[in-house]
Ligand binder design. Structure first.
Ligand code: NA7
Length: 534
């Protein structure tokens, strides 16, 4: 028998975004709110991505909520970059502290959502056959949640085990004595490969595109730093929200193209030793000038060649075909050094493409690599994949999957024309994946909450954006992307290129978080310009 529940708001997803949205709507506005979560616990990305070495590339003191001063003061991170189990502990702590679980339905996958125009309500259906109704629907499904397992012929006949890193078994995987193949050398593969190599008998890395990686220089946090981060929380938050990337550091106001070569070298060397994504912030022109970028690219390629003892492997790893940081730059712990181990080999899929998976392992155009386990570190159907899986239908039964056939179209990454009262946290067209995500999420949640509060105060039932506002915003998204080197990389997931058949549209907003925040604030101050209420 079907169950019908009527609420004020339904939130899909119980990661960083969904949890804060619940706190905001339920506790600040007093709305009857329910969160629907496919997993059996909170955490989103950090619930699913449990592969060995899973760690955040943002520094721990910036990878947290800042909306509650008490929470900032009471939580203590142990390392410079938090590991997945620690982030999951943090999010569980938040769920306990704010008593969130009572309003979250776990193990509840949304299979459809359509807008009932007669009642101005979203009707949300779940896999279990439940139907819920609410005035507002807010997606908090994450940007990197829909696993991309390449459609490789023969996978169903593989005699061993295979796993995607984004849906890792909770009980872990036993690599002891095993021959393991890892496909993919993005942030995930780069984190997982060193850990798997320590345990497995042999690891074969299948690399399609060589990648830059920077040393994380991870370490336990000192007591001094922990105290500093708490004492200066306001200042840190101010930095995170007034720069382009949401990280707790500013981009240096100097240009590589105007700096003498020996000085550039010293600056890069210091940043390399310090470790982390701050390397990207050494010069302000790294992502806008090919000449500037080349100085960083060459420095890192030189480092890679120095780190790898085998010249054949070194060449395959350093043969990078795109500008530095134009794809998401990974940071690592001993990634390159791992290729100096006797039990790690490297296959360049550029030289010998993968043909099929056979029962014994992976077959390239050159040979068959016998394997017991295949790990797909092949990324995600980023930014739109999880949204489109929700089967959302708006006014007149229009389908989001049809409307976005040529690529996502949003207003500010927050609203979609034809879908009233639907808000998309970190949706395509917002800075999202180009930033440290927690401050980007907090800004979206607070903006959405203010908009709903405005509607409640003025007894407004629906809000929707227009095609015109959306087209104008899309032009701004394109302008911002084209002002950088990012769209030059034709095989980047920012452009959807990693998923066959996906339209090639640059999805995140590259104009910077602080600029984006001020645009959103202006829109709200201007009576929610580009949005129509009824
Ligand atoms: P990414 O960054 O999308 O990396 C995926 C990797 O898998 C990358 O090296 C891809 O090569 C490779 N890949 C994808 N499909 C294939 C096929 N069919 N054959 C061979 N190799 C393939 O995903 P991650 O999980 O590493 O990181 C995602 C984000 O999570 C990251 O940016 C952080 O924000 C956290 P390609 O470069 O496409 O040639």
């Amino acid at each position: 028998m079907q169950n019908t529940n009527t609420l004020d708001a339904i939130v899909i997803g119980a990661g960083f975004a969904g949890m804060y949205q619940l706190i905001s709507l339920r506790d600040k506005l007093g709305l009857r709110t329910r969160v629907l979560e496919a997993g059996s616990g909170v955490g989103g990305t950090w619930f699913w991505n449990r592969y060995p070495g899973a760690r955040c590339d943002s520094e721990s003191h910036s990878y947290m909520y800042y909306f509650s001063k008490e929470l900032v003061q009471e939580w203590e991170w142990s390392e410079r970059y938090p590991q997945q189990p620690e982030i999951l502990r943090y999010l569980n702590h938040v769920a306990d502290k704010f008593d969130l679980r009572r309003d979250i339905s776990f193990d509840t996958r949304v299979t459809g959502a359509n807008f009932d125009e007669a009642k101005n309500q979203w009707v949300v259906k779940t896999e279990a056959g439940e139907t819920l109704r609410a005035q507002f629907l807010i997606t908090a499904v994450g940007c990197l949640s829909s696993a991309n397992v390449p459609n490789t012929p023969g996978l169903d006949r593989f005699a061993g085990q295979w796993f995607h890193t984004g849906a890792w078994p909770h009980e872990g995987v036993d690599f002891k004595g095993k021959h393991v193949g890892v496909i993919g050398t993005g942030s995930t593969g780069i984190q997982a490969i060193p850990m798997i190599a320590k345990e497995a008998d042999h690891v074969t890395v299948f690399q399609r595109t060589a990648n830059y990686s920077l040393p994380a220089n991870n370490a336990p946090l000192t007591e001094d730093f922990k105290q500093y981060a708490k004492a200066h929380a306001d200042e840190i938050y101010e930095i995170m929200t007034t720069n382009g990337n949401g990280h707790p550091f500013h981009i240096e106001k100097r240009k590589a193209v105007e700096t003498p070569a020996d000085e550039i070298e010293q600056i890069y060397e210091a940043a390399w030793q310090k470790g982390g994504l701050q390397f990207r912030a050494t010069f302000e022109d790294l992502l806008v000038s090919n000449d500037a970028n080349k100085t960083a690219a060459e420095f890192i390629q030189r480092k890679i060649r120095q780190l790898i003892k085998d010249p054949v492997k070194a060449e395959i790893l350093a043969d990078i075909d795109h500008p530095f940081a134009a794809k998401r730059p990974p940071i690592d712990s001993n990634y390159f050094d791992t290729f100096n181990r006797d039990n790690v080999s490297l296959v360049s899929l550029r030289d010998a493409p993968m043909q099929e998976i056979v029962p014994a392992g992976i077959k390239t155009t050159e040979k068959v690599y016998p394997l017991d386990i295949i790990v797909f570190a092949t990324g995600f159907d980023a930014m739109t994949g999880s949204l489109l899986k929700l089967n959302i239908e708006g006014l007149g039964g229009r389908k989001l999957n049809d409307d976005w056939q040529a690529g996502p179209r949003t207003y500010l990454g927050l609203q979609i024309p034809g879908y009233p009262n639907l808000f998309t946290i970190t949706g395509p067209g917002s800075p999202s994946v180009l930033c440290n995500l927690p401050p980007a999420i907090e800004q979206h949640v607070e903006w959405i909450t203010d908009c709903i509060k405005h509607m409640r105060t003025h007894q407004l039932e629906t809000v929707q954006t227009s095609d015109r506002a959306c087209d104008q915003w899309q032009q701004e998204v394109d302008r911002a992307a084209n002002a950088t080197l990012l769209p030059q990389v034709k095989h980047s997931w920012y452009l959807g290129a990693n998923v066959p058949g996906k339209p090639r549209v640059f999805m995140p907003y590259a104009g910077g978080l602080s600029h984006y925040r001020s645009i959103c604030n202006d829109v709200a101050a201007d009576g929610y310009r580009g949005m129509r209420f009824s």
